[in-house]
Design a protein around this ligand. Structure first.
Ligand SMILES: Cc1cc2nc3c(=O)[nH]c(=O)nc-3n(C[C@H](O)[C@H](O)[C@H](O)COP(=O)(O)O)c2cc1C
Length: 347
């Protein structure tokens, strides 16, 4: 049987119960066991990726960033982001906006889809979000940030969390003030990405400010930024005192990062890198799920970046990446797998 048919026929093992989870975070009445959550990543962390990451031990997942205005205007695309499914639970819907009443309405609408909790984005730097007063722009308006949190908390019975950056820029690092205000407004947890809005994704995480937020509030704090394996997760826990960590970019083409973190946090085990077969099997599974959940053309276009991420670091990666950039059918992906295997059989 050709390799690709063989790996597609095999069922992915679900690793959830492989490690005894000893860390539990309470978000309102919701108990979340584990060590690391999958970060929201618009255009990347779709339903397929969320399910795959959960199957490798991500403790919870966050949905696509949804415009509160879009929801209130009945925009179909915005509404479709709010659907949630059992394989990605615990699941959180994420909303952005700058008007408390519209955010409250959107939260009521989101709650109808039965997510486990709702997150308010106060960190997104994108012009179409921050340019309209939402996302990271709220860091410049702590009073409004608190009002939005209160409006959403009062609108739904679900727990409400907030995700922030450390501040707008290095002259206005105000994560502690924002955290206190949203806690006061009834938020059940806060995620802090250890960079300012101005830093975007520039190297360097401000662990000190995350630690200050942790000391300043009594709700759980989820620390985020540059966690990429067991050791960096433990470092993040140790230096910030946070209750949980959240992983974004390191999970791209690498859902294995969650089982690596779980193993390391539990007893210091450093898992070996996933086998070639596991990498390709998981990649194909994710693309299959994308094809199942999305319009096929969109799924294939989007599969180009996901496959390139999965193949990173393999021998012949440059040639493989070129092939990924031209994917237009599932067969193309199978050819890429065969080619990758040919050059990396020993891995
Ligand atoms: C492509 C991409 C899309 C993102 N989209 C969102 C988003 O929709 N909502 C959000 O709160 N953060 C978003 N983020 C920020 C991440 O959630 C996370 O805070 C950031 O990547 C830092 O974590 P990391 O160093 O583990 O990647 C995005 C990041 C990336 C790279």
């Amino acid at each position: 049987m050709p390799f690709c048919h063989y790996i597609l026929a095999k069922k992915l093992t679900i690793n959830q119960d492989k490690y005894i989870i000893i860390n539990v975070m309470k978000i309102g009445n919701l108990e979340i066991g584990g060590y690391a959550a999958l970060a929201p990543m618009a255009g990347v962390a779709d339903r397929a990726m969320r399910e795959i990451c959960r199957s490798f031990g991500a403790a919870y997942t966050v949905g696509e960033l949804t415009s509160s205005k879009g929801v209130s205007l009945g925009d179909r695309k915005s509404g479709s982001y709010l659907a949630c499914f059992d394989d990605e639970r615990p699941f959180c819907s994420q909303l952005f906006g700058s008007e408390p009443e519209i955010m409250a309405d959107a939260a009521r609408h989101a709650a109808k889809f039965n997510p486990d909790f709702i997150d308010i984005n106060m960190g997104c730097p994108a012009p179409k979000v921050a340019g309209n007063g939402g996302g990271s722009a709220l860091l410049r308006n702590p009073v409004l940030a608190g009002e939005i949190a209160r409006a959403v908390v009062n609108a739904v019975t679900l727990p409400v969390t907030v995700k922030i950056r450390t501040g707008w820029d290095s002259d206005s690092v105000n994560a502690v003030e924002i955290a206190k205000r949203v806690e006061n407004a009834g938020a059940a947890a806060i995620t802090v990405h250890g960079r300012t809005r101005k830093q975007m994704y520039a190297p360097g995480i401000d662990y000190k400010t995350i630690a200050e937020v942790k000391r300043a509030v009594s709700i759980p704090v989820i620390a985020n930024g540059d966690v990429c394996d067991g050791e960096s997760a433990k470092y993040m826990y140790d230096v910030t005192g946070a209750d949980f960590v959240m992983v974004g970019r390191a999970a791209m083409g690498n859902p294995f990062v969650f089982e690596q973190i779980n193993a390391y946090m539990k007893d210091g085990t450093v898992l070996p890198p996933p086998s070639m077969e596991m990498r390709l099997q998981t990649m194909l599974k994710q693309i299959e799920l994308m094809l199942k959940y999305k319009e096929p053309h969109n799924a294939l276009m989007e599969s180009r970046k996901h496959t390139a991420w999965y193949l990173k670091g393999m021998r012949g990666a440059a040639g493989l990446r070129r092939m990924c950039g031209e994917i237009s059918s599932l067969d193309d992906i199978k050819v890429i797998c065969e080619k990758a295997l040919e050059g990396n059989r020993d891995l």
